[in-house]
Design a protein. Sequence first.
Length: 96
Amino acid sequence: MLPQLGFVEFLLIAIVALVVVGPRDLPAMLRKAGGWVAKARGMAREFQGAFDDMGREVELEELRQEIEQIKRANPVTAIADDLKRTEDEMRDDAAS
């Protein structure tokens, strides 16, 4: 877990960076650090997007399986088949 940084901590880091790096090279160093942060955020966004896509694929597969189960266990189809058999039996009985 990342530590929480407040205003005082940022101020201390800025003062140390100003003393260590110097006022002349500080803007270039901050630009470079900003580029690293942007790359890290982009990679994190891509990583999270990949996990979201995998989750959606799993959900879609589960929905497909549920739909197939509903199609197989459709009571209307079973009733229609029973009615068709009864109709065929009645026609056979009437024909004899």
